[in-house]
Design a protein around this ligand. Structure first.
Ligand code: GLN
Length: 487
């Protein structure tokens, strides 16, 4: 039962086959059994979840039509949740109980979803393996010696291990798509502005975007229907009609033009991953699509540009954590200066400090033109590459990550870790929507396929992904977790 999709669970709830309370209890039991090892959740809110489930059961009995009513969900611990700790994976906020809900959280609450808890993540969403979390790394349910990807690794692992039916994530450079790929689940990064960032702790504000992590493209459409839309409290959220994302899932792919970027099938790509993606492309051809080779000539600059822009924005955003207003404060400060210094030295982990240093340097008067301005210019060129490509093709397809999940502790060099996002980061710099869906395996580990579309074309992405999932069963494969009864 717990492996079912939102669409299936919703039918069962509505048909009276089970109640939201029963479903919620079952997930909570499974979390209790498996989370001590996987470490996917930082906080579990059992009592609150059961109260929400009772409420949802009443709504369902009264004929509520929301497809997420009564469905158990997990929020990445970057979303503020009223009355529940919101740590952002950091010691700095380990004691922070938010006085309000993020817009995304509010929307799921209003739609009747049940919040099981808050998922583990890289500290302040900085990382690609979940190893920078103050609360310890998450383990990949497919092989607990491996990372789940990051930074939304807790959400992806929770979905993969059936510790929730659906989860939220955020993606600044790949943090929804890469963990989705490593854990064999579906993850969508919407266009910048599609989903409100209000109440989502800021990392790099011009890149951050919230999105769904779930078990199918159809479920991603259901979740995006809840999440998307204008929010007056986020001035970068966009005033564009939100279509019903489930309405176009069944459209045929006959005549779809798929761009294959040469740069995404070049050096550094693991042979198994390449083979899986090429096989998936053949599947698309069977569905009526045509393949077109394209170029994204500035893709190779995307990591360098991102690692100037993102740390620059992070250094400004994280200046608010100073021990004065909320969060961690060092013990017995001698004076104000000592308090700032020790609070930030003790409250932040190494990767966060590294980014603050790089960002402050890049923004400093003497270096602004050389680094920050240059990076912004490159960002424009990267966007132009996509605009040019979309004159010839409807979507762009390639691997999400150069390889499957790697071993915990395998990448101690920060630059090696930064290169993890080589196929995903350009999409954030360009503000475009993209999805990762399971599309093969490498040595028994999931491989993710990355599909990118033009601005605000989430409906097309979901249609393409759904058609692939109707023709294949990669998305329904499950890890076998040790010490667990067969489902
Ligand atoms: N891995 C990238 C980084 O460390 C992206 C993280 C993200 O998307 N939040 O910055």
């Amino acid at each position: 039962m717990l492996a079912k999709t939102i669409a299936e669970l919703s039918r069962a709830l509505r048909g009276g086959e089970l109640s939201s309370v029963e479903l919620t209890r079952a997930y909570l039991d499974r979390i209790e059994r498996l989370n001590p090892d996987l470490n996917a959740y930082i906080t579990v809110c059992g009592e609150q979840a059961l109260a929400q489930a009772e409420d949802a059961d009443r709504r369902l009995a009264a004929g509520d039509t929301s497809p997420v009513c009564g469905i158990p969900l997990a929020h990445k611990d970057i979303f503020c949740t009223e009355g529940v700790t919101t740590s952002c994976g950091s010691r700095m906020l380990a004691n922070f109980v938010s006085p309000y809900d993020a817009t995304v959280v509010e929307k799921f609450n209003a739609a009747g979803a049940v919040t099981l808890g808050k998922t583990n993540m890289d500290e302040f969403a900085m990382g690609s393996s979940n190893e920078t979390s103050y609360f310890g790394p998450v383990k990949n349910p497919w092989d607990t010696g491996r990372v789940p990807g990051g930074s939304s690794g807790g959400s992806a692992a929770a979905v993969a291990a059936d510790l929730c039916a659906m989860a939220t994530g955020t993606d600044t450079g790949g943090s929804i798509r890469q963990p989705a790929a490593f854990c064999g689940v579906t993850g969508l990064k919407p266009s910048y502005g599609r989903v409100s960032r209000w109440g989502m702790i800021a990392f790099a504000s011009s890149l951050d975007q919230a999105g769904p992590i779930c078990k199918s493209a159809q479920d991603a459409a259901i979740m995006l229907n809840v999440m998307a839309g204008l929010d007056e409290r986020d001035s970068t959220s966009v005033d564009l009609t939100v279509p019903d994302y489930t309405a176009s899932l069944d459209q045929s792919l006959e005549g779809l033009r798929i761009g294959i970027p040469r740069q995404h099938f070049a050096e550094g790509l693991n042979a198994d991953v390449e083979q899986a993606i090429r096989a998936a492309l053949q599947e698309f051809e069977k569905l009526g699509a045509t393949l077109v080779d394209i170029d994204l000539p500035n893709n190779e600059l995307s990591i360098s540009a991102y690692y100037v822009v993102a740390p620059a924005e992070a250094s400004a955003n994280l200046s608010r954590f100073d021990g004065v207003r909320y969060g961690y404060r060092c013990d017995n400060p001698l004076d104000l200066e000592d308090m700032y210094k020790r609070t930030r030295s003790e409250g932040f982990g190494d990767e966060v400090k590294r980014r603050i240093l790089v960002g402050t340097y890049a923004l400093s008067a003497g270096f602004y033109d050389a680094y920050y301005r240059k990076a912004q210019q490159i960002r424009r060129l990267i966007k132009q590459d996509f605009l040019d490509a979309f004159k010839q093709v409807d979507v762009i397809v390639g691997p999400t990550s150069p390889h499957a999940a790697f071993q915990l502790g395998a990448k101690s060099d920060p630059v090696a870790m930064y290169l993890e996002d080589i196929y995903t980061i350009a999409v954030n710099l360009a503000g475009l929507p993209a999805i990762s869906i399971p599309s093969g395996q490498s040595n028994g580990l999931p491989v993710g396929m990355h599909i990118v579309a033009g601005d605000f074309e989430e409906a097309r992405l979901l249609n393409v992904a759904h058609q692939f999932q109707r023709a294949t069963d990669w998305h329904s494969r499950k890890p076998s977790l040790s010490g667990e009864d067969a489902k």
